[in-house]
Design a protein around this ligand. Structure first.
Ligand code: SF4
Length: 311
């Protein structure tokens, strides 16, 4: 399937069916920490980039298996880019709500919430997770490198408006990169802006996987903990979660591994976590794919990452 992936074990959402609305990489940002690669279509135009009926047909094929559906915790709308640029997002959310009782989550950069059509499209979701990495214009431009259509004041206004209209869970993700958007004045501005947005909670993150730019550096755990203390709403630091019982490796999982790595480079532990596998067989499967020339290994911050070998 081209547009759906998983189910994968998501740190924050549980066992999640991913629905990817865009091919890489259509976005109105070009974040320095992006795991997907450089933005190839840098645009603010909302369009039906992929036929909505094609995505819905794939969803229906997955939902036809009652056992697969039963195991799911959530359906997550995402994209290899910014999913709210796809004009079919509202129809896809509503279709999922009609066809399943599972909650629907949306991962978005939140920059188009000033558009009433986008806000209306997202109202049927259960969990909306937008980003806001900076509340000072200069830091916002440094970390997110947005298109001109997304000035920071408009982005913040959209995030506040949506909070007033949306009754579901509203989790605001903030990713901090060392020396870019973590200075005291950045944290003060973020605290004040988050207090205006009033999300259900803040999810604090830092650079983890190989970023687009080598100067996108992570904060340490103590630095993240110190940053968390600035906020007046509940804050969750996104950390590894390893509590689920692992399943034995199945040979068929090689295709799931390749599908996952096509979206972003991962460590063996990431793959084990996402696919609910033991680490040792996940590593063995990855090494086998390296030997067969399907994957390459790179080292970033002392960790080994696997990614598909480019054709
Ligand atoms: S908004 Fe997301 S997809 Fe777009 S550049 Fe930033 S991290 Fe990458």
């Amino acid at each position: 399937m081209k547009h759906i992936f998983g189910p994968v074990n998501s740190r924050r959402l549980g066992l999640s069916l991913g629905i990817d609305l865009l091919p890489p990489k259509i976005c109105n940002f070009n974040c320095i920490y992006c795991e997907i690669g450089p933005t190839t279509e840098f645009t603010c135009d909302r369009k039906e980039y992929v036929p909505t009926r094609e995505i819905i047909a794939e969803i229906d094929r997955f939902l036809a298996d009652p056992e697969a559906l039963r195991r799911l915790d959530v359906c997550t709308i995402t994209a290899s880019g910014e999913p709210t640029l796809h004009t079919g997002i509202g129809a896809i959310i509503r279709h999922l709500k009609d066809r399943t009782t599972k909650p629907v989550a949306v991962l978005t950069n939140g920059s188009l919430f000033h558009d009433p059509t986008v806000r209306r499209d997202l109202l049927a979701a259960d969990i909306v997770i937008p980003s806001l990495d900076a509340a000072l214009e200069a830091s916002y431009r440094k970390i997110n490198r947005p298109a001109n259509c997304a000035p920071l004041a408009l982005v913040i206004e959209g995030l506040i408006r949506f909070r007033k209209e949306f009754a579901g869970q509203y989790w605001l993700e903030i990713l901090l990169a060392k020396g870019i958007n973590d200075r005291p004045e950045d944290l003060t501005a973020l605290r004040e802006t988050v207090a205006r947005i009033q999300p259900t909670k803040v999810q604090l993150n830092t650079v983890a996987r190989p970023p687009l730019e080598s100067f996108a550096l992570p904060l340490s755990q103590p630095e993240l903990t110190a940053a968390a203390s600035h906020f007046t709403v509940p804050v969750e630091i996104l950390v590894d979660f390893t509590t689920r019982e692992r399943e034995k490796f199945q040979p068929a999982d090689a295709s799931a591994i390749l599908a996952m790595l096509r979206r972003r480079p991962c460590t063996a532990a990431d793959v084990a976590e996402a696919l609910n596998l033991e680490t040792a067989p996940a590593t063995a499967a990855l090494e086998q794919l390296v030997t067969h020339g399907q994957l390459i290994k790179t080292v970033h911050h002392h960790k080994e990452y696997y990614q598909p070998k480019k054709a």
